[in-house]
Ligand binder design. Structure first.
Ligand SMILES: *Cc1c(COP(=O)(O)O)cnc(C)c1O
Length: 229
């Protein structure tokens, strides 16, 4: 059995049902993705637009692609219609642009809003306060062609499990708080009908993320091995 297949089977045996596994295949050759596909994996995550668009025609059409990297506004148009979820929407400008390009192509694009909770300056994303005011001020009302399916986050890059757990807990309580705000609104605005997902946890910390309430985990090196940049 190949390493990839063995890694996937081991992971699947540990992940609770109801948690979706995204196989993060950035920088991996297409053969590695095919092995994962043959082992039953259907959801793949990529972080660069050109690499993703290059891989799509090389894999079967039932693969669902998640975009997980920082998305530059000049690349939005190419991505619309090609992916099943854009996990890394990190600004209002990007969100409006995705909405506008989706309207032009007459498609509805599913997205997650990326929250910045890590204690590093380098990570992209909204602050929890920005998201709370986005919901309170009903800034989503102008959106017609995106569906905001939940939140995405990365923990601080540390081996301190308690710090990681605190970061993930902030995301989970933010999510719960936002969901409560939605319950107060009937009927719920269409852009938020599917607000149900929390994507957090990678190879080194997915167990903690699942304990804290992740519904999507994004695992790369624990499936494919080290990346060759
Ligand atoms: C690369 C990446 C991952 C996967 O990281 P691993 O440590 O290889 O599991 C998850 N999420 C995002 C946003 C990434 O860029």
């Amino acid at each position: 059995m190949s390493d990839i297949k063995r890694n996937l089977e081991r992971l699947r045996s540990k992940i609770p049902s109801g948690v979706k596994l995204v196989a993060v295949s950035k920088f991996q050759p297409v053969e590695a993705l095919r092995e994962a596909y043959d082992a039953g994996q259907r959801v793949f995550g990529e972080s660069r637009v050109q690499e993703l668009l290059g891989k799509i025609p090389l894999l079967p059409t039932d693969v669902r692609w998640h975009f997980i990297g920082h998305l530059q506004t000049n690349k939005v148009r190419q991505l619309i219609g090609a992916v099943s979820l854009i996990e890394s929407v990190d600004s209002m400008r990007l969100l409006s642009l995705i909405d506008e390009e989706s309207r032009k192509k007459d498609v509805r694009t599913r997205v997650l809003l990326q929250v910045h909770v890590a204690r590093e300056e380098t990570k992209f994303g909204f602050s929890p306060e920005e998201l709370i005011s986005f919901f309170d001020n009903r800034q989503f009302e102008s959106l017609s062609h995106v569906s905001i399916c939940g939140l995405m986050a990365m923990a601080t890059n540390t081996s301190d499990k308690e710090v990681i757990r605190e970061d993930f807990s902030i995301v989970h309580s933010l999510f719960t708080g936002l969901k409560e705000k939605l319950c107060g609104q009937m009927p719920r605005h269409r852009a938020l009908e599917e607000f149900n997902q929390i994507s957090m946890g990678m190879s080194s910390d997915w167990q903690i993320a699942v304990e804290v309430g992740a519904t999507i985990i994004r695992v790369g090196s624990a499936i494919f091995g080290e990346r060759h940049y």
